[in-house]
Design a protein around this ligand. Sequence first.
Ligand SMILES: [Zn+2]
Length: 129
Amino acid sequence: MDTATARKRLEEMRDYLDRSIAVLKAEHPAAEGTPGYPDPADAAANLSEADRTLTTLQAAQSQRSQVLEAMDRLAAGHYGICTECGRPVPEGRLEARPEAARCLACQSRAGRLRRRPPWPPRRQRPDAQ
Ligand SMILES: [Zn+2]
């Protein structure tokens, strides 16, 4: 992907995420100014509608920061280079995830450490008898 295309796509993602975040914050005013809320354990224990909104908001904010980091890498001239192993991130992956910081191998290693969704908690799974 050439630099101009990558920049355009990242800017579109950032603008889209900005709009989503604004909408989500309007739906969940408590999300602003309460860093660390909710505690992940609480969120898993009572996943109300508001909690789901907050989870979506946090995911949008996290993706937005990844987009901004990708724009920094673009400006610094190392966009599309895996931040872990330094090899080029495959074109197809950048097409799908223009904000990707890592190649698929490094991402799946990193992702496995924190990918498990908070719900359901392992010990409460119905099939865990
Ligand atoms: Zn890598």
